[in-house]
Ligand binder design. Structure first.
Ligand code: IDE
Length: 449
């Protein structure tokens, strides 16, 4: 019998993303994405892995929906490949591309699973990148047009929409650190990209409100982290405040308050001359309230002052004595409670969903025909309990999507990092249950643990 009971209708789900699971990278008229291009550049992805085949979900989606049904999922979060629908990013639609998503949505609904669609999860059409991508303000209208088309075609059945997945990663991993597509290393550009992403989010929200199927919910997904100073020194506390601003408040404030945080805006504009904000931009952002905020939580950050960068004067540390996942991410379930309670304290926020939480482990043990991933089961147990503590503190948490439904292409790490509830053999593409999935099925059945 479950000890921790969740609210009635709590939405238990799992999440994936198009480039990470679909494969069919050039099938049926799909256009090239920046991740198709990036993953094929030698040295960018571990082992030279690419998303050419991935989990072959593009061809095996019926089997995968059957597995979701067996799992008892209430919801499934997935993303749409923009270049599968618009091969050149704008203009002609690829009928086979939109047909795939129509079939996927129908299959989910036929199995009683609520679809939640992420419009953008990092796989920009390469043709748009050649026009400057997220660094060119024209992308804002391209994204709004892409979103409006999907609202029109799928909006009668899809009632949960996420505009962007993790604009921080799109901007800084892709345009400053260079470890994600398009592999640029230009900090002022990265900050300008954040503004174009947030503005495009607002335009998409407005397009949704104006659409004939605009009676559902729309939001954004942010990767958020509690930012803890490594010591009580003034310099470390200032570094933690800077990380909270750079990672969290730079995105939370515009989408929830309609303005950028003054401390970070001043830092960026004085030191980087970025972002350029045009007249009317902030009014547009402020006039686009969301129905929910999606939160991707994986770990908290412990931060010390550092001169390693002239502007971003912080460095993350790895505390001794902690447990870590296969990604070398510290396991900090209390950080999830702290994050949710902080959001509740500092923001007038709409409904909250955990749109991603999960962990990579080696998954190299079997127990009969099942992968014996006790470490992932324990991780989820701890984080579900942390979410329950936030609920007990009065936080309006409405659902939880585990990352991920299945092992998949883990960006620059390739296929060597496994996050799935379901194990993928990449030689045979066979799907195998993990113990964490069988345990999750009971949590969903009992609505608690
Ligand atoms: O790394 C696991 C997942 C990834 O597969 C998802 O596509 C992405 O949405 C995602 N975001 C995070 C958290 N943010 C993060 C991004 C890059 C490096 C480190 C953390 C983890 N994950």
């Amino acid at each position: 019998m479950a000890q921790l009971i969740f609210p009635k209708d709590f939405l238990w789900g799992a999440a994936t993303a198009s480039y990470q699971i679909e494969g069919g990278a050039a099938d049926d008229g799909k256009g090239e994405s920046i991740w198709d291009r990036f993953s094929h550049i030698p040295g960018k992805v571990t082992n030279g892995d690419t998303g050419d085949v991935a989990c072959d979900h593009y061809h095996r989606y019926r089997e995968d929906v059957r597995l979701m049904k067996e799992l008892g999922l209430k919801g499934y979060r997935f993303s749409i490949s923009w270049p599968r629908v618009f091969p050149n990013g704008r203009g002609a639609v690829n009928p086979q591309g939109i047909d795939f998503y129509n079939r996927l949505v129908d299959e989910l609904l036929a199995n009683g699973i609520e679809p939640a669609v992420t419009l953008y999860h990092w796989d920009l059409p390469q043709a748009l990148q050649e026009n400057g991508g997220w660094g060119n303000r024209a992308i804002v209208d391209d994204f709004a047009a892409y979103a409006a088309y999907l609202f029109d075609v799928l909006g009668d059945r899809v009632k949960k929409w996420i505009t962007h997945n993790e604009p921080w990663v799109v901007a800084f991993a892709g345009h400053f650190q260079g470890r994600h597509a398009p592999g640029l290393t230009d900090l002022p550009l990265a900050v300008q990209v954040t503004h174009h992403l947030i503005l495009s989010h607002a335009k998409a929200v407005q397009a949704y409100r104006a659409s004939k199927h605009g009676d559902g919910q729309i939001g954004i997904t942010l990767n958020l982290y509690p930012s803890v100073p490594a010591s009580d020194s003034e310099s470390d506390r200032a570094a933690a405040t800077l990380v909270d601003g750079h990672n969290n408040r730079w995105f939370l404030d515009p989408v929830l308050k309609g303005e950028y945080p003054a401390d970070i805006l001043r830092l960026y504009q004085e030191r980087l001359n970025s972002p350029v904000i045009e007249p009317g931009d902030m009014e547009c952002i402020a006039a686009s309230p969301m129905d929910f905020l999606g939160i991707n939580y994986y770990f908290q950050k412990v931060v010390k002052h550092s001169e390693v960068h002239p502007i971003l004067q912080f460095e993350e540390i790895k505390p001794e004595g902690s447990e870590y996942t296969a990604m070398n991410w510290e396991i900090t379930p209390q950080g999830l409670t702290d994050l949710l309670v902080r959001l509740d304290r500092d923001y007038h926020h709409p409904d909250l969903y955990i749109t991603e939480n999960g962990a990579a482990f080696k998954d190299d043990r079997r127990d009969g025909g099942v992968v014996d991933d006790q470490d992932r089961l324990k991780f989820l147990q701890q984080h579900f309990a942390a979410a329950h503590r936030a609920l007990e503190a009065g936080v309006k948490l409405k659902g939880y999507y585990v990352w991920s439904l299945m092992d998949n292409f883990e960006w620059a790490h390739g296929y060597g990092k496994r996050f799935g509830l379901i194990y993928i053999d990449y030689q045979t593409l066979e799907r195998t249950w993990k113990k964490s999935a069988l345990w999750y099925r009971e949590v969903i059945r009992d609505n608690g643990l």
